[in-house]
Design a protein around this ligand. Structure first.
Ligand code: HEM
Length: 179
């Protein structure tokens, strides 16, 4: 997992819960990195899981809810860092259905070692999209948060339903209806 995901996560934790919480989740985790991250480095996903688990225990928020809030923050980071990529799109359904074949393809050119999910478009109309998410990291709620913000970015909104294809969340169907 790329360092930018860690650095932005810890910034958000500090903003929302304070520096003590950052210290708590780092010192209670067993981290190869010792909790020192640089944006361009690459770290084990298991470090993120430990940080999330400790934050979840402390805040009594579910990991899914934490990932949702975090993704909504991360969208702003993407907006600032990759304005050109977002400017290619005029419509949220077009953008979300292009993650697999365009957006994440570009991401992989910048970060060859990025650990990305796969998205398969099952059905697409002008204002609806059914898309299957697959990833061993089960970060579907991170995807949900990014999708919510994508609609907001285009001054729109949507109802998005998640249906687990696998109980462990490594395969999830997104059913998206633009309002
Ligand atoms: C992960 C970039 C848009 C879904 C990531 C990562 C980067 C990235 C750098 C982390 C990779 C790693 O840690 O190794 C971008 C950029 C985008 C974009 C630059 C737009 C300009 C989106 C959108 C979605 C999405 C709109 C919505 C579905 C995900 C998910 C992950 C991810 C779910 C977590 C990894 C996993 O589930 O396995 N993306 N992304 N991305 N991205 Fe994107």
């Amino acid at each position: 997992m790329k360092g930018i995901v860690f650095t932005e996560f810890l910034d958000l934790v500090e903003d929302k819960f304070g520096l003590e919480m950052v210290d708590h989740i780092i010192t209670n985790s067993d981290l190869e990195s010792q909790g020192v991250y640089t944006a361009v480095g690459t770290y084990k996903f298991s470090e993120m899981l430990q940080l999330l688990q400790h934050l979840s225990t402390r805040t009594k928020m579910s990991i899914d809810d934490l990932l949702l809030v975090y993704a909504e923050h991360f969208f702003g980071v993407l907006e600032d860092s990759y304005p050109g990529l977002l400017a290619t799109y005029k419509d949220p359904i077009e953008m979300i259905s292009s993650i697999e074949n365009h957006i994440h393809v570009e991401v992989r050119k910048i970060y060859p070692d990025a650990e990305l999910p796969t998205f398969e478009v099952i059905e697409k109309t002008e204002n609806s999209l059914i898309m299957d998410y697959k990833s061993s990291r089960a970060m579907h709620h991170f995807g949900l948060g990014l999708m919510n913000k994508t609609f907001e970015y285009f001054n729109s909104s949507a109802s998005i339903v998640l249906e687990k294809i696998k109980d462990d969340g490594t395969e999830v169907r997104f059913i998206i209806e633009q309002n």
